[in-house]
Design a protein around this ligand. Sequence first.
Ligand SMILES: [Fe+2]
Length: 380
Amino acid sequence: MTETILANALLVLPGETLHGQIRLMDGKITDISPGAAVPAGAVDCAGDLVMPGLIELHTDNLERHIEPRPKVNWPHAAAIIAHDAELASVGITTVFDALRVGSVVSNAKANYGEYARALADEILGLRATGALRISHFLHLRAEVCSETLIDELDKFGPSDRIGIVSLMDHTPGERQFRDISQLQKYVCGKHGISPDEFEDHIAAQKALTARLGTAHEAAAVAAARRYGAVLASHDDTEAGHVARSAEHGAHFAEFPTTVEAARACHVHGIKVMMGAPNLIRGGSHSGNVAAQALAEADLLDIVSSDYVPSSLLSAALMLGDIWGDLARGVATVTAAPANAAGLMDRGHVTIGARADIIRVTRINGAGAVRGVWVQGNRVA
Ligand SMILES: [Fe+2]
């Protein structure tokens, strides 16, 4: 395989930056050296940032490609390929595609049907044919407030590249939906439900969790172990939620909704993940704690692009500015998510690491991706 040399770059290394060059060969980083020299055959990066490819642990971006308008079902292979290309173009080189398991099949109006197993087959099938540019893993979002969670979990196994199982509880009145009026806005907006139907919906969902919640939680924790996946919690609101997820062995917490919960995560050694859109918009769209407040309190470890893929790079640069430490900002979207998901071969520019690398320039503060390499091959 030919060697790629990226020279005259500001390299973002673990804990520091260095003006120099890196060499990529046989899928790995083989050399890092300082200086402004541009050897024959090298790419002259003209001072641009060269950093690890970004690692995304929780994105539902694929849904946007599969259903580009409400009730429009796009052909899945085309949607997956476009999603993959979009992520590559914004510097993401490893993604955990988030798929919900746990459906509500008895309520046709709410339309939370089963889809994860079939879509997983399509993603993994395309990956096997070499059609995808970046590295894909699966993230199963296990919904406790559902009817079919155990059945759906049973359809997956250790060969399905499931890197993460997150334990979600969207029971009305709990966590993200502690404020029922926020839930009403969300559910009625999304599914066209009348206020009377909403009351029935709330009662039915609460009854479901009362009946099955405990068994579902135990099944999701056991399934993560069976798949060899790491466990994450979701929407922790109180210290008690965090204590419970610590008992389950969670590695990281997705979108804790309060400072209290984020602080409790750190007490238990659980990493805190927040959404990049929250950081960039200056607050949560559902009224929860602002990511920037957690960053300023040193309670933010990992950033996820959530529903806007391009926000991942912007958030890393913004955090670098907030903290006055570019390498630390970049680590929230590279080394920190890699470590939380147990991927030790990537997320850092070090000799011997996977050659997943991006070249970035800043234009009026915004990050623009100028080149993306996965295992040393240019993909965008
Ligand atoms: Fe949530």
